[in-house]
Design a protein around this ligand. Sequence first.
Ligand code: NAP
Length: 228
Amino acid sequence: MKIAVLGTGMVGRALADRFSTLGHDVVIGTRHVEETLARTEPDWLGNVPFAQWQQTHPAVRLVSFADAGPHGEVVVNATQGASSLAALEAVGSANLAGKVLLDAALPLDMSQGMPPLLSVVNTDSLGEQIQRAFPEARVVKSLNTMLADVMVDPGSIPGHHNVFLAGEDTGAKETVTVLLREFGWPQEAILDLGGIRAARATEMYSPLLFAVSAALETYDFNVAIARK
Ligand code: NAP
C-alpha cells in the first residue's frame, strides 16, 4: 500500500519505519525538505537529527507535505497537534478526498510546561476539527493513547492492552484495523469507540497518560480495559 506519513518526529519515524519494514511504499512528509535535512541538533525529545535517521531508513523518502498527499492511499497525521490543520492544508483537501486519514496527533499545549494542557477539550477534539476541515477525508482517530514505540510494537508491553478507533467511516476503520493487525495488535485489543466524537475521549485520556508516566517514570506502558 502507498502510505504518506505526515510528521518527522518520533511518531512519524516509528510509523514510517514499521510500514516500510512491512513492505509498504512509504513517504514521510515535512514542511521544508532542505531545512529538515539540514538540522544537526536532536529535537526537543532528544531524537537524532532527521538526516541521521534517514541514513538507516533509505527506503522511506522525505518529501514536502504537498508532495506527500498525492502519494498516499492512506495518509497518517503524526504532526504537532497545534499545527496539524496547517500541515493538512499544505497537503491539500483534494489530496485527502476519499482517503483514509489516520490521525495519531494530540492537541497538546506546552505553554505551561509539563504536563501539557489540551488546547481543545470536552465539546470538541482535534480529530473532529480535522474531519470538519476536510469533510471528504475518512478520518480515523487511533494510536494517540500510547508512546510511539508501543504503537508499532504492541508485543513490547506484556499481556492484554488496548488500542482505540474512532471515526465515521466503517471501511476506513477496517483499513486501519488491517494496518494495526500488521503491527501485531490482536483483533480483541482493537476497541472501536464509534464515531469521530469519541476522539474527545481518547485525546482527553492524555492527562492520565502523563500522570501515570510521571508516577512510573517511563512511557513503556499502555491502558488495558478489564471487564467481567
Ligand atoms: P511533534 O514534535 O509533536 O511533531 C513533529 C511534526 O510536526 C514535524 O513533522 C513538524 O514539521 C510538524 N510541525 C511542527 N510545527 C509545525 C507547523 N508550525 N506547521 C506544520 N507542521 C509543523 O512529534 P511527535 O512526538 O512525533 O508527535 C507527533 C504527534 O503525535 C503529536 O501530535 C503528538 O502529540 C502525538 N503523539 C505523540 C506520541 C509520542 O510518543 N511522541 C504519542 C502519542 C501521540 P517538520 O517536519 O517540518 O519539522
